[in-house]
Ligand binder design. Structure first.
Ligand code: ADP
Ligand code: MG
Length: 694
């Protein structure tokens, strides 16, 4: 028999050859294994053979009978019609083909055949145009199963010059001759515990299911497989981190106690809970690797700082890295007001630090006299050396690459505890796959006294009315952000740009002061505009999305976004988070210029909710997982059959199974451990740091 391996080039399969192999390659099918895993795009039920008398004109039906006539007629100049008539005990029906005269020979009188297709009537008689067919004659041996009709039939995605029946036949051959060689990598006890069908049966059923129930089970099995191995990789990666020794912190020392006592507000329940979660990590003896999720304005900074002083109390240093200088300055100001006079020494290190100042800070970091350093990428430079870095905070982590995160962590002598913070609310479903190697804490409660932001969607035609409303707000001394999708006018896109609109708004609102901020400006110019805005020297700040991660301006209470339909929902949510930071009522104004029901529906979600997680779930539904940050680096959009949204339940089960296999001391509890690790390295080696896996 075949005997070749599953890696054999598909060209050498019966019925393929070099020409078809090229076509198959276009579909991504290179090997026999690829054939086995090539997914139908749908399945149609042709199992239900109807007596001819019962068929319904217009319906898709399957009939069977004996050939009683087979003829081709020339109609008009160019058209040849081939008509094959069959009969069963109840009636007659004809299959009709156009300009395929050769087909006539396929159907000899007396053959038993099956037709499948849409029923038409022609005068008094029934016919099917271009039916799918199967000949059940002795010439086509009866023991060979019917694969095109009389069953549930797979419909594959095709490419030009390749036909359903050919591909079905090739795949059927591969199944019959090579499937036995397919090894099941899933540990047997996992398979049993989760009642998963055998892999070979599932692959077979995926192509040629006996019924829809077994098809569903087969799909589930393959979905589970995809999730399971990714989750196992994540579980092992997480173990690689946990294996290292982590410093045990004093989490109730004098600086911490002092900070909590003098805090100008009470921590929210969520903040307290998260601090407890972090605390447990800090005394566990393993390095912390925790992601802190919290909507814009939920108060992540204080949580990070409270833990940073635990580092001081434990005799080591903390570093807080932010993506922009403005944000770093803001953190520094926070620290100064919270720790002023408490004996905690904090310094700010950014690219802008003068030489002498920088040298002094480097010295302080090296000799350990600085307790907390706040900074930008500048912290990553080689000459920044710590005496004893024990705690690293990375704010707005999506602005940094994984490598930069690592670069900061590596400045610790032992593995420091690491807290990464983000306000980009990744849906929980997604964070489970993206951050499966990281523990996650969520601040799901806003500090008290915040007024919900009033969000309103305007149609493009109501812009004048909208500007009148803005004027009313300006009279109340509110400050306004006005956001546009482009910096400058573009010939390619007919969109308003920040530069053009700043001029326009300056004219329209003559009595008020406008300024502009965008990514093509120099950094100091940008900072200057931002600082002026904060000092209330500017009323309208015209901007692109550079203000997404920005500074706290409590008096800015209006966020207006034109061409809002051009932005992702999560991005709109981020922008909206720039207002609503003080005790005054804030507004978010979205101008919809999408001119479609869909764009309006999308923006209406912004009116309905302020829950970042809900919004990101919707965004995920609308835009698909590939769009989400970081998703590509873990290959999570590479699933063949699984869909993290639709198959959440399977994902949870697969995760439980995978994490269940990895013990607390980071071993794989399984006799086939080496094999599992090999499989994972094969599949995910490129995207994971799996060096630590035994
Ligand atoms: P984010 O999570 O977006 O980083 P911040 O940490 O900047 O949010 O906090 C936003 C604002 O809320 C800050 O001005 C901060 O002082 C304030 N804040 C934080 N926690 C509380 C609290 N428990 N009660 C009142 N105000 C708080
Ligand atoms: Mg923040």
């Amino acid at each position: 028999m075949a005997g070749g391996s599953l890696e054999k080039a598909v060209q050498y399969i019966k019925g393929v050859g070099p020409e078809r192999a090229k076509l198959l390659e276009k579909l991504g099918i290179m090997t026999v294994k690829d054939l086995l895993y090539y997914l139908p795009r749908e399945w149609v039920d042709r199992s239900n053979i109807k007596p001819i008398i019962k068929v319904q004109p217009g319906a898709l039906e399957t009939v069977s009978g004996l050939v009683i006539a087979s003829e081709t007629r020339q109609v008009r100049n160019r058209l040849k019609i081939t008509k094959v008539t069959i009969k069963d005990n109840t009636g007659f029906i004809s299959g009709v083909w156009y300009n395929q005269p050769y087909i006539e020979k396929t159907f000899k009188r007396g053959f038993e055949v099956i037709f499948h297709g849409k029923i038409d009537t022609y005068g008094n008689s029934l016919q099917i145009g271009n039916p799918e067919y199967e000949i059940m004659d002795e010439e086509a041996p009866t023991e060979s199963e019917s694969i095109n009709v009389n069953r549930i039939v797979p419909i594959y995605p095709l490419t030009e010059k390749l036909y359903q029946k050919q591909l079905r036949k090739i795949i059927k051959f591969a199944l019959d001759n090579y499937l036995t060689e397919l090894a099941d990598d899933m540990p047997e006890e996992v398979r049993q515990k989760y009642s998963l069908p055998v892999l070979k049966d599932s692959i077979y059923a995926l192509h040629f299911p006996v019924d829809f129930k077994s098809l569903e089970e087969a799909k589930k099995r393959l979905i589970f497989d995809e999730f399971f191995f990714l989750q196992l990789a994540l579980a092992l990666q997480r173990c690689g981190i946990k294996k290292e020794k982590g410093r045990v912190f004093d989490t109730a020392g004098p600086s911490y106690t002092q900070l909590i006592k003098t805090l100008p507000y009470e921590l929210t329940g969520a903040q307290k809970r998260v601090i407890e979660e972090i605390r447990a990590d800090l005394i566990s003896g393993s390095p912390m690797n925790r992601l802190l999720h919290g909507d814009v304005g939920s108060g992540k900074t204080i949580v990070a700082l409270a833990c940073a002083v635990m580092a001081k109390d434990s005799g080591c240093q903390a570093a807080v890295m932010a993506p922009t200088e403005l944000l770093a300055i803001q953190h520094m100001n926070n620290i100064t007001s919270l720790f002023g006079g408490s004996g905690v020494r904090a310094e700010l290190l950014t690219g802008a630090a003068p030489k002498a100042k920088r040298a002094a800070i480097l010295e302080g970091l090296k000799d350990g006299s600085i307790d907390i350093v706040v900074g930008t990428h500048a912290l990553l430079q080689d000459d920044v050396v710590f005496k004893n870095l024990g705690f690293a905070v990375i704010d707005e982590q999506h602005r940094f690459g994984v490598m930069q995160r690592q670069a900061l962590v590596k400045k610790g002598i032992e593995a420091p505890h690491c807290l990464i913070m983000t306000a980009t609310p990744i849906p929980r479903t997604l964070s489970m796959t993206v951050y499966g190697d990281t523990d996650v804490s969520v601040i799901d409660e806003m500090p008290p006294g915040r007024k919900p932001i009033i969000t309103k969607v305007y149609g493009a035609r109501s812009v004048e009315k909208l500007y009148n409303d803005l004027e009313a707000r300006l009279k109340e001394k509110a400050q306004i952000y006005a956001v546009y999708p482009l910096v400058a006018e573009s010939e390619k896109m007919d969109l308003k740009s920040a530069i053009e609109m700043e001029k326009h708004l300056a004219l329209r609102f003559k009595d008020y002061r406008t300024a502009i901020i965008h990514g093509q400006m120099k950094k100091d110019e940008r900072d200057e505009a931002m600082i002026k805005f904060k000092k209330r020297e500017i009323d309208i700040l015209v901007a692109t999305t550079v203000i997404e991660v920005g500074i706290d301006v409590p008096n800015a209470t209006v966020m207006m976004i034109e061409h809002a339909d051009r932005f992702g929902l999560s991005q709109l949510h981020q922008l909206r988070g720039r207002v609503g930071r003080g005790d005054k009522q804030s507004y978010c104004i979205l101008v919809d210029e999408g001119h479609s029901e869909d764009s309006r529906k999308r923006l209406d979600i912004m009116e309905e909710t302020q829950d970042g997680f809900k919004i990101s779930e919707k965004d995920l539904e609308i835009r698909g997982p590939g769009e989400f940050m970081g998703s590509r680096q873990h290959g999570i959009s590479d699933f063949k059959i699984a869909n993290i949204l639709r198959d959440r339940a399977e994902l949870a089960r697969a995760r439980e199974a995978a994490f269940g296999l990895v013990s607390d001391n980071c071993d794989v509890n399984h006799s086939a451990k080496e094999q599992l690790v090999r499989i994972i390295k094969q599949r995910y080696g490129a995207s994971f740091d799996l060096i630590n896996i035994g």
